[in-house]
Design a protein around this ligand. Sequence first.
Ligand code: NBY
Length: 836
Amino acid sequence: VEATIPEPLREAWRKYSAKPFTQKSEIELEFVRHIETTLARSLFNCDELAAYSGIALAFRDRLIIEWNKTQQRQTFADQKRIYYLSLEFLMGRALDNAMLNVGLKDVAKEALGDLGFRIEDVISQEHDAALGNGGLGRLAACFLDSMATLNYPAWGYGLRYRYGIFKQEIVDGYQVEIPDYWLDFNPWEFPRHDITVNVQFYGTVNKQRDTQGRTTHIWQGGETVQAVAYDVPIPGYGTPTTNNLRLWSSKATSGEFNFQKFNAGDYESAVADEQRAETISAVLYPNDNLERGKELRLKQQYFWCAASLYDIVRRFKKTKRAWNEFPDQVAIQLNDTHPTLAIVELQRILVDIEVLEWDEAWHIVTHTFGYTNHTVLPEALEKWSVPMMQNLLPRHLQIIYDINLFFLQSVEKRFPTDRDILARVSIIEESHPKMVRMAYLAIIGSQKVNGVAELHSDLIKTTIFKDFVDICGPDKFTNVTNGITPRRWLHQANPRLSELIASKLGGYGFLKDLALLEELEDFINDKEFRKSWVEIKLMNKTRLAKHIKEATGYQVNPNALFDVQVKRIHEYKRQQLNIFGVIHRYLAIKAMDPKERAKPVPRVSIFGGKAAPGYWMAKTIIHLINKVASVINNDPDVGDLLKVIFVADYNVSKAEMICPASDISEHISTAGTEASGTSNMKFVLNGGLIIGTCDGANIEITREIGEQNIFLFGNLAEDVEELRHRHYYGDFKLDMHLAKVFDAIKGGMFGPPDDFAALLSSVESHSDYYLVSDDFLSYIETQELVDEAFRNQDEWTDKCITSVARMGFFSSDRVITEYAESIWNVEQLDMGKENE
Ligand code: NBY
């Protein structure tokens, strides 16, 4: 391209083109320029929010320079690209991350200092980008960071929700949801009003014969909505690579239609059309691990898949390659089943628009996609009603039926004697109404299917997808254990620990190669090092204690054992087990002779997490935690021995404060239910220990750090089925310690017992599906072991240091490398000397 531009022009352009800043004075110049011109303010009315805006704009510009060059480099290299399709990207704040990733936080700190601001105060002005529910969305964000850091040519595709996950307030002990309008000022996105895609809904399908006598399908009528691209730069750490996250926003097509309505004076219906269109990307659905079949959600999914596929195909077509090379240029990863319609959409584009033969198109499709499963919970497996899909996406439903027909024919040929297999594996469930099973469609349309931790990947092969292993062969199914980015979850969240580690390991190389942490074990007896280690933990706990005081009014002792469970509230994650354990502890303290009360280890039980607004049982658990907190925290018999805290509105930036401040964190799901968990990794990487079940990635964490460094308890996944069966048919007897806890609740100790009746009866008389009673004794005994271990601070510190040293495996860089090699078959871009 460049060769066609005359040299003098190129010369002038080069002379004036923006250069990335590196000096303090340059940052100050940019900062003041943005305050004075972009924001039209001055020194005299520059508050912290304005200072945030100024510095964010300066760094935004800085990223854009590298982002442009990255796009050019990747176009020029013309390699296979990764497209990560996710309905959720739980990014959190961007400024701190941007400063750290380009290596200029220290310089920015001085610059801001010169101009009268403390960098921490400025950073905390930023609103979290909370376009996700929990682990699945945060995983996508960690992957973007790793893909950029490793110089992979990669794009994220998602939706630009106007409202992210709701903000949580606690009022009288109850969760209240507040809308999260976050776009007032967002310097991190670039609207691309020139990059739009028209997306069609509803209408009808007509068959036609083309000139060669082929039958073609024409999808006509219905309505169209316009997708507008908003681009978010994703800077890698210590590399110029700055990738792109493209989020689609919906708006009414500015076509004939509206114009005519306006001219005819029908303003109201023209405006209504506009609002209906904008509704598609208006709000993130706040359910995690629950599927609710709403039409608007299906619209979101198709809107996003259609726009993304159009964009991907457009980019491929620019290279003028033959269609059969598509899978060599494009790898599309489906983050759960939410983007499964992308499979159908690509088949539609190839067959209906590009007029490829069905088989040739299907070969391309099935070599392009990979599908990641994140759950085995039956209530979370996506299904869409056939009538709804028929109405909204008539052509796609036809294609799904054809995919299913060819698939079932091949199954029948291979398993002619198995009479039920066709009904079991059909994409269409023969219920009333009929349902499209999205996971089955995703498996059939993908080249690889993966789970997110070893146990989970084994479970999907032996339970929910067993038949597909027989049909497709075991090689289609694989495991890629999750990980986290050490940039955000160590360096950014815990700068002091990161600095201490760097001082021992001779630099920050471990942030790019986390396995280097193993050298920390050499310093385990280094007195100075250990002292700093303990001091840092105490500082982080003190910082959290300060937040707790401000947010709740409760004063907690930073020297107490901080016991943390923060994650979405869900019965399978068993916050109820934790709070019942807290009540047990409280009853034990109350029963002690006052002289005895000096003995137990003081503990602060910290909870945090949102309940889906329609998940009544989860809300009841939040209510119970808050009631228990107000009783225990105000009981003079207890004092510092036990405090219970509910941190409202748990989100990414709260996690950055909480993870470094824990002594022990709880990952106590019923065995076999938590696919992986990723906060378990964050806590250990920050020098905390775990109490947990043999579930998800806890198992691999144990293998890496050693079983002497983790507190495991409870029944194993392989025994769960049998136990449930026994509850159901045999006699069920509540654990005796748990019975005392229940008596206390029923006696009104924590308010009207009716408030908690359903929660108790889910354990007592509704077969205790999550095995709370079965695991209770083992849980409380293990908590006693935790107390004992904490009493010996030296040994505790040994465990913490050893664990951190052995966490290298859980870097999302390792995860992305595995995906790249075993699923995507893509290569890192050769950065030549640029990456030095
Ligand atoms: O994905 C989580 C798993 O529970 C966790 O074990 C795992 O570590 C993590 C990353 O692999 N799943 C999760 O967060 N799921 C959701 O947030 C979610 C959101 C929406 C829907 C379903 C699940 N939905 O159907 O709308």
